[in-house]
Design a protein around this ligand. Structure first.
Ligand code: ADP
Length: 547
């Protein structure tokens, strides 16, 4: 249902009259040029991934008009970002920076406080500032997508790879500061950044890492993209998943092109799950697993074909296990339980040695089967996996959204140690609660060394208010149950940020009190993304904003 007339006029920032707002907007237009400040007063259009809105959350969990901005500002330079920040302080209007805003499943481009002014950095600040082939690194502005960086490296014919997440349209910088992941050996995006340039909430400009040391004659520091921590406290971390600054430039390490081999392993029985995790642990810790492999339940093999749920099952309840089994036995994966997608890197001989080690580790699990891409049909999902795992951005993962009419998705993403006992607890909570709330369970475990990101993709129909409420209910109970067992999320949708932040409450909420101390020192007027990641500035605390 696109383009329904708006029920409400422009959503004003909190405690702001229409007159004060209009005057503030007039001043902002003077600073940025009238064409670079746009009121959010037109019908809201959810669009789709490549034509995503910056007016609201396209995957709305609540009413479409609930999480909206009052206006969007498009700064064209760091100096203009500073001007926006000074303006926000003067008029005490909250601002919400986004890079590209394709943070689908986590709130998209919507501000946590309705009526905030969204600062869309990506529209005009979208330059690749540097690609240093010798250092194998780059420096980008917020608007550089994975596709854009990939294409530029191809154009320059450099033997370098980027690391892309499942979908390639997002911002390289935005994804990294939200601590997103990809799938090559450099899949931890924040861990592979090097150096930032940040506008602080008071308008001051900061460079972190070696960038703090001025280069000769005013040049950028020559080691800015070589050494991460520099000297003194390593401050970069506090600018990830926070609301302490607006990142305007960020350096990233690039990977050297190499031979690679993707593969798929299937396991026979659902009950093999603990054995699979135990077999993965040493392989992961010893870094024999070359990238961030994924372990997925076979239910996803149905989903990644891009066919709708109705193709497989006519009921409205979650697809029963025996129906999944019946269909899977007709697919290349066969009647199996768990599917492991991995990729190995290096020269041919070392890839062979690695694969032999991996096969012998899994051989103990009865009924496991090993597939190479050429064993599988050309439209099989493994081929898009192989691209992602060699740094080529794709859009295949959008196929998830064919599952239901008006589909949107939400991620429940707890972290579990790579250990059967822990992974089982997390998985069983998911099995039980997905059944209780009537949602199909689509778990993907992204394996880093000692931990796995357990990512459950909750697909809901956004045209149904009751289904949205059900999905939110599922999410809240998942967060609470997992936390009771000691497991926490690495990232969440803006609406669940307060709940997740509260679960990290050791010693009477010492971590949040620490965050609030920093927030209040850097942002005394509370203008920058209030509530982002559960961090509320003093002005908002205890006034009923927390959800
Ligand atoms: P994507 O990278 O998928 O396009 P976004 O641009 O929406 O995603 O970024 C994800 C989230 O990270 C935003 O909602 C915002 O809270 C935060 N963010 C993004 N870019 C910046 C930035 N340059 N400075 C500060 N916070 C940012």
């Amino acid at each position: 249902p696109e383009s329904i007339p708006r029920r409400h006029d422009v959503r004003l920032p909190p405690d702001t009259t229409r007159e004060a707002f209009d005057e503030a907007i007039r001043m902002l237009r003077q600073a940025l040029g009238p064409e670079n400040v746009v009121l959010n007063d037109q019908p809201l259009v959810d669009g789709w991934y490549l034509e995503h809105p910056n007016t609201h959350d396209a995957f709305h969990m609540v009413d479409q008009e609930d999480l909206v901005c009052s206006a969007v500002a498009y700064p064209g330079s760091t100096a203009e970002v500073q001007a926006v920040v000074r303006w926000a302080n003067e008029y005490e209007i909250p601002i919400y920076p986004i890079s590209i805003g394709r943070n689908v499943g986590y709130g998209g481009s919507a501000p946590r406080v309705p009526g905030s002014v969204v600062v869309d950095l990506g529209r005009r600040m979208n330059k690749i500032l540097d690609i240093d082939a010798e250092n194998a690194s780059c420096v980008v502005e917020p608007g550089v997508s994975y596709f854009a960086l990939y294409e530029e490296i191809q154009k320059r014919k450099l033997p370098l790879w980027i690391d892309t997440p499942d979908l390639g349209g997002g911002s390289v910088l935005g994804n990294a500061i939200d601590r997103g992941v990809g799938y090559t050996p450099m899949g931890d995006h924040f861990a592979n950044h090097c150096g930032m340039e940040i506008v602080l909430p008071n308008g001051e400009l900061l460079r972190t890492g070696m960038g703090a040391l001025p280069g000769k004659g005013g040049a950028d520091n020559p080691t800015w993209q070589s050494f991460q921590p520099a000297y003194g406290p390593y401050s970069d971390g506090v600018f990830s998943q926070s609301n302490f600054g607006i990142v305007c430039q960020m350096g990233f390490w690039l990977m050297h092109e190499t031979d690679h081999q993707s593969y798929m392993i299937t396991f026979a029985r659902d009950e093999d799950f603990p054995d699979i995790v135990e077999a993965i642990r040493p392989l992961a810790q010893k870094r024999i697993l070359g990238n961030i492999p994924q372990l997925r339940h076979v239910a996803q093999e149905l989903n990644v074909t891009g066919l709708p749920k109705s193709h497989w099952y006519s009921g409205t309840s979650p697809i029963p296990r025996d129906v999944i089994r019946k269909h899977a036995s007709q697919l290349p994966c066969g009647d199996c339980s768990w599917v492991f997608y991995g990729t190995q890197y290096g020269d041919e001989a070392s890839i062979k040695t690695q694969l032999d080690t991996i096969k012998s580790a899994f051989a103990a699990i009865k009924g496991y089967k090993f597939f190479l891409p050429f064993d599988l049909p050309t439209d099989h999902y493994i081929h898009s996996r192989a691209l992602v795992c060699s740094g080529v951005p794709v859009l295949r993962e959008l196929d998830w959204l064919n599952w239901k009419p008006n589909a949107a998705h939400l991620f429940f993403s707890p972290i579990t140690p790579t250990r059967a006992a822990d992974a089982k607890v997390v998985h069983e909570i998911n099995v039980r609660l997905h059944a209780k709330y009537g949602f199909d369970l689509f778990p993907t475990l992204c394996v880093a060394g000692r931990e796995m990101h357990y990512i459950a993709n909750i697909i809901y129909d956004r045209s149904s208010a009751s289904e949205k409420r059900r999905a939110a209910g599922l999410m809240r109970e998942l967060i609470a149950e997992a936390a009771r067992e000691g497991y926490g999320e690495y990232r969440t949708h803006i609406l669940f940020a307060d709940q997740v932040a509260k679960t990290y409450g050791w010693n009477n909420g010492a971590l949040m009190r620490f965050n609030e101390t920093i927030k209040d020192a850097l942002d005394p007027n509370g203008i920058l993304a209030p509530g982002r990641n559960g961090i509320w500035p003093r002005k908002y605390r205890g006034k009923g904003w927390e959800l």
